[in-house]
Design a binder for this molecule. Structure first.
Ligand SMILES: Cc1cc2nc3c(=O)[nH]c(=O)nc-3n(C[C@H](O)[C@H](O)[C@H](O)COP(=O)(O)O)c2cc1C
Length: 190
């Protein structure tokens, strides 16, 4: 079961924007992060959730999407944009660095989202100053990543990355998104 969920949990960047996500659903997803591991159990992460079109419209322009063939994807057009966002913040009054807490939180959230038929993308490419200003985020909170969520519209498939091969993901002419992964025997080195 967990293997199937992990395999299905591919990054997605095109959505059925008209499929809305309730605030309660986002709260349930953040609750999965809340119950996840945290360095020293300090739990320094805080969250801003958005499923409101007006707030979403402030967040979207601050996000960077994938790079294909050396060119940045301008991102999904109106109608295929995420229906919701979870902004992962580090509370600097609790900790000065956040270790890998946000990665664990993001994975918990996306596994939960996948189980609900949703998908999305972890975004580290964020115009942090602009986003902070747009949402008036108090300076004590550091924006770490943004999790964009929606009902997936694109098809994603895993490929095997041959030794020495290109790790970049690609889109084919049918707009199928291919994600190469290194083989198990290459990554277990001892
Ligand atoms: C820490 C982190 C930051 C990422 N930042 C971005 C980003 O800014 N924009 C984007 O389009 N994808 C981003 N991604 C998604 C990766 O490109 C994606 O995970 C990778 O292509 C592998 O695809 P998969 O998630 O389906 O395995 C990020 C992923 C991680 C883990």
């Amino acid at each position: 079961m967990i293997r199937d969920l992990v395999i299905a949990n591919r990054t997605c960047r095109r959505f059925y924007q008209d499929v809305t996500i309730e605030r309660e659903t986002l709260r349930e997803l953040v609750d999965l992060a809340r119950l996840s591991a945290s360095g020293a159990n300090r739990q320094p992460l805080k969250y801003i959730i958005s499923c409101d079109p007006q707030k979403n419209a402030l967040i979207f322009p601050c996000l960077g999407f994938a790079i294909y063939n050396g060119q940045r994807d301008p991102g999904p057009p109106e109608g295929e944009r995420p229906s919701a966002y979870i902004i992962v913040l580090g509370d600097t009054e609790i900790a000065k660095s956040f270790g890998c807490d946000h990665g664990i939180a993001a994975q918990s959230i996306f596994l939960g989202a996948r189980e609900k038929g949703l998908g999305g993308v972890i975004q580290g490419a964020v115009k942090r100053k602009e986003l902070s200003e747009a949402l008036r985020i108090p300076p004590r909170y550091q924006i770490i990543v943004v999790l964009s969520l929606g009902k997936p519209k694109e098809k994603m498939v895993l490929e095997t990355l041959e030794p020495g091969g290109d790790f970049h993901y690609w889109r084919d002419s049918d707009v199928v998104h291919h994600v190469p992964k290194r083989p198990l025997d290459e990554i277990i080195i001892g």
